[in-house]
Design a protein around this ligand. Structure first.
Ligand code: AKB
Length: 320
């Protein structure tokens, strides 16, 4: 039976993954953890076991793994791209030293480790369109450096020590429950909030900038389906390209206008996040994920927009 520990469980992915995994595996079998308790997450904290864990504290990590007899660690504690450029040392410390601590504990205590990589693991020298699974990477952000190094470290722990490591390269993730914190793709979440609140949005990402994106229900399936994939089918293990849609801000605005014709988009470009976005691919080739563990996203741009607007309208209590 799986006994799962999720680090970074109060973040954008973790808060939804913990809820979903508790439904599938049983509340007592999913331990949510975070560096600190954050307001607004009382329901999650009370719906199953919860621990305060800093991934840079290996003793606490090891004692929680022992206490709950954990055999699967989903490591979501991370600093994202934009904050990573403001605080590169902290980004390295959490993303790399934290991952190293988790892999060491997994090796000692025989746990599977799932760590997401990102489209940020690619750089300006990477082929931009339909980016292959195995290609030149050389990212130019600290976040990207930690992601590509993390992919290699996970491959190494599998090959050298037999740790069952797995992961995908996530695109920008769009969700309505918990806001993303400090990424370059965050504009694609903020735009829905501002569409409903003010009927307009100023994008910090320039017109014409394509990036891969995915709706959160598909991202949760990408995590759970890969964790459950038959090991003998996996030729890759870590860092599978996964994609659901690729768009630029005008296409997103056009999709919102199908449901809110009065919506207006303009631009107030942030040069730092624009430079990061320009260094990433426009779209990924995810055929290996489709082949090796049947990856198949359910949401496209319009079905995601419809659902986001419906759910956010309720969350923000906006009529009409
Ligand atoms: C970010 O923008 O930093 C993240 C990512 C693509 O990994 N959403």
């Amino acid at each position: 039976m799986r006994k799962i520990l999720i680090t970074g469980a109060l973040g954008q992915i973790g808060s939804e993954l913990a809820e979903e995994m508790r439904k599938i595996y049983g509340s007592d079998n999913v331990v949510a953890s975070s560096r600190r308790i954050k307001e607004g997450h009382e329901k999650l904290i009370e719906s199953g076991p919860f621990e305060v864990i800093n991934v840079n504290d290996p003793e606490t990590l090891a004692s929680v793994v022992d206490k709950h007899k954990i055999n699967t660690i989903v490591n979501l504690a991370a600093i994202l791209s934009a904050v990573g450029e403001k605080e590169p040392q902290q980004c390295w410390n959490i993303n790399m030293n934290g991952l190293y601590n988790i892999l060491e504990i997994a090796k000692e205590k025989n746990c599977m480790v799932y760590t997401p990589s990102s489209i940020a693991a690619f750089g300006p020298a990477t082929p931009k369109d339909n980016t292959p699974q195995d290609t030149i990477q050389r990212p130019t952000t600290m976040y990207g450096v930690t992601k590509v190094a993390g992919e290699l470290l996970c491959d190494y722990y599998y090959k050298r020590f037999g740790v069952d490591t797995r992961g995908v390269r996530f695109p920008g993730l769009i969700s309505y429950k918990t806001l993303p914190g400090g990424g370059t793709t965050d504009y694609a979440v903020h735009i829905y909030y501002e569409a409903l609140r003010n009927k307009k949005y100023s994008s910090f990402i320039q017109k014409g900038t394509y990036m891969d994106m995915m709706y959160m229900p598909d991202a949760l399936r990408a995590i759970i389906n890969l964790i459950e994939a038959a090991p003998d089918r996996l030729k890759h293990r870590n860092a599978f390209n996964v994609s659901a849609m690729s768009f630029e801000p005008e296409m997103l605005a056009e999709s919102i206008r199908k449901f809110m014709p009065e919506f207006k988009l303009d631009y107030d470009v942030d040069p730092i996040r624009q430079e990061i976005a320009d260094s990433w691919p426009n779209s990924l080739d995810d055929s290996y994920a489709r082949e090796e563990w049947d990856w198949n996203p359910e949401y496209d741009l319009d079905s995601m927009t419809k659902d986001m607007l419906e759910k956010l309208r309720i969350k923000l209590n906006i009529q009409g």
